[in-house]
Design a protein around this ligand. Structure first.
Ligand code: BDR
Ligand code: CA
Length: 320
């Protein structure tokens, strides 16, 4: 399912028309708060998918974050409730029962509307080709389904910027797989083999962006509702990471794709070929990343992230 060849283009874009596809999730919540607070981003819609918690909760959580950000103008569309092939898995142990850690949740109304996949297809077909970016911070189910439903969206996408996968860092849900890819490896295969230009923030990059107490305190000191919510989400992550993993500060995964769109100079990328393991039960969801290319590739692997730069960007945005 190859679209037109897309060549790497890392030049900053002055006006970003963006769809964020996510599974909030504490770090998805921080990513949304960053996007809401960035005037250069025209947020066309938020689409949600089953992932860290159920599809009903991720849709609810996106509306909660939207309410905290004071942005009722941005529509939220609920999407796929399970992965394409594999049995569903959740990650509530990292995100709390609600999916948003210990954040106090304001009441939000249900919002029945078109399915997330229909919204993606309609938006990409209606807008001029090459003008819409897509950030994916959950399992890739919605985007893969949209590509299957309407392959004509593939050459119309500007860039797909994702959080997923791991190369040097190994895995975080199994020894060799990162959660977003492991949760729907078949969907990830569809996206990575589509021919779309994909910029991949795997654990190699996101583990370089850590929520230290000083960085969280700088955000909290801003004192606004969105900044305080952001600090609460980050502190929950930091607490859980210290408890469950290795005593390191929590990595900030999902804001990285949004930060790349706003300030690509904070990151280094290398063109690569990328295949997802879908056959072996032992290494299911592993991303095989190959830098030795025999032909040009539309996929770029992020190798370096400026952790302080990403936090400065979040702090500046939430200070506006
Ligand atoms: C990814 O998995 C989820 O738990 C996080 O929200 C992030 O998208 C990190 O592996
Ligand atoms: Ca996520």
């Amino acid at each position: 399912m190859r679209g037109q060849p897309a060549l790497a283009d890392n030049a900053p874009v002055s006006n970003l028309s963006l769809i964020i596809d996510c599974d909030p999730g504490v770090d998805d919540g921080v990513a949304l708060l960053l996007a809401f607070a960035s005037p250069r981003i025209e947020l066309l819609g938020i689409t949600t998918v089953a992932g860290n918690v159920s599809a009903a909760l991720t849709a609810r959580n996106a509306r909660v974050i939207r309410q905290i950000a004071g942005r009722p103008d941005v529509p939220v569309f609920a999407g796929c409730a399970r992965p394409m092939v594999r049995v569903p898995i959740e990650a509530g142990h990292f995100h709390g029962e609600s999916g948003l850690g210990d954040l106090a949740l304001p009441k939000v109304a249900d919002e029945p509307g078109p399915h997330a996949v229909d919204f993606m297809v309609r938006t990409l077909m209606d807008r001029p080709p090459g003008t819409v970016d897509l950030a994916v911070t959950g399992p890739f189910t919605n985007l893969a389904m949209a590509m299957i439903l309407e392959p004509a969206i593939i050459p119309r996408l500007r860039r797909v910027v994702v959080m997923g996968g791991a190369r040097t860092e190994g895995g975080n849900i199994t020894a060799s797989a990162e959660y977003n890819i492991f949760a729907d490896p078949h969907a990830a295969h569809v996206v990575f083999s589509s021919g779309a230009q994909v910029i991949v923030h795997g654990l190699d990059a996101t583990h370089q962006v850590r929520a230290t107490e000083a960085r969280i305190a700088a955000i909290e000191a801003i004192g606004t509702g969105p900044a305080k919510a952001c600090a609460t989400l980050l502190r929950f992550s930091r607490h859980i990471e210290h408890k469950i993993v290795r005593g390191l500060d929590a990595p900030l995964h999902d804001p990285c794709p949004i930060a790349w769109l706003l300030k690509p100079e904070l990151f280094d990328t290398v063109p690569c070929a990328l295949m997802v393991e879908t056959a072996s039960p032992l290494t299911l969801g592993h991303t095989a990343v190959e830098f030795r290319l025999s032909e040009p590739s539309p996929i770029q692997w992020v190798t370096r992230a400026d952790g302080q730069g990403v936090f400065d960007l979040i702090t500046e945005a939430l200070s506006r």
